[in-house]
Design a protein around this ligand. Structure first.
Ligand SMILES: [Zn+2]
Length: 261
């Protein structure tokens, strides 16, 4: 494994001091650390590819709603709202990197985009007029104006290496949009290692804004901004209003980052 914290007491991203904590209930031996400085959360030892495959396979096969973590939850409404909040201009060549079941791609098509690609080895094109790519090598030398990674980066064992590949796929004026859980959101601050996202064993890294910016700059990105514009998730009434406030304040459960080259 390329990525391993140098010492168990040091943060991978800011080299701050960490505290040790429990692993997910489903994998109690996979102990975690959290940085006292930047708030990032990681595993002491990276799970092997076999261990992760087993986890994903069981999540798909077992008819257990607690294992929803493998199937994702970005639906059409969230996708539309996300595109508005990042001021998506409905133009250019788009790539949804880790596109899951194609929800975001279908909204891109709905918004009038005619040049849409999805990279997703585990899924299939649900019948959209887009290009569905299962092997990233097919995209060698291609450039995109918009690349989306929604709820993907937290699952990746070597995020810097993965983002470096994405960097090479981005056009000179292109934008990468990343969404991922926020390890310094209000719920994470209260629940710490018991936080739902930390309890999901497939979440290798949980980022704070500082940690994700560090990760992106290690991968080559230089123009990195956080988006505070509210995105409408599945909430209504007062709940929706309160969620919008936490989003504007930056203490909600999700990070939305726009990175350019
Ligand atoms: Zn740190």
């Amino acid at each position: 494994m390329k990525y391993k914290i140098q010492e168990k007491s040091q943060c991978r991203w800011c080299e701050g001091i960490t505290k040790q904590g429990i692993g997910p209930i489903k994998r109690p031996n996979w102990n975690r650390w959290q940085c006292c400085n930047c708030g990032a959360i990681g595993y002491n030892d990276l799970p092997s590819e076999e261990e992760l495959n087993e986890l994903y396979l069981n999540a798909w096969v077992e008819n257990d709603t607690s294992d929803r973590f493998a199937t994702g939850s970005t639906d059409l409404g969230i996708s539309r709202s996300l595109l508005k909040s990042v001021q998506f201009n409905h133009d250019g060549r788009c790539l949804d990197y880790g596109g899951g079941t194609g929800q975001l791609a279908s909204v891109l098509v709905e918004f009038g985009c005619v040049d849409v690609y999805v990279f997703e080895p585990y899924g299939n094109n649900p019948g959209l007029s887009i290009s569905w790519v299962k092997d990233l090598r097919v995209l060698d030398g291609e450039k995109f104006d918009w690349i989306f990674m929604t709820e993907v980066i937290e699952h990746i064992t070597d995020p810097v290496a993965e983002l470096a590949k994405v960097y090479n796929l981005l056009s000179d004026h292109g934008a990468l949009v990343i969404t991922t859980p926020n390890s310094l959101g209000w719920r994470a601050r209260i629940e710490r290692f018991r936080w739902r996202e930390s309890q999901n064993p497939t979440h290798i890294n949980l980022f704070s804004e500082v940690a994700l910016k560090k990760c992106l700059s290690e991968a080559g990105f230089s123009n990195i901004k956080r988006c505070y514009q509210p995105v409408q998730y599945k909430a209504s009434g007062l709940k929706r209003f309160l969620l919008s406030i936490t989003q504007v304040l930056g203490v909600d459960g999700g990070l939305r980052i726009i990175a350019k080259r």
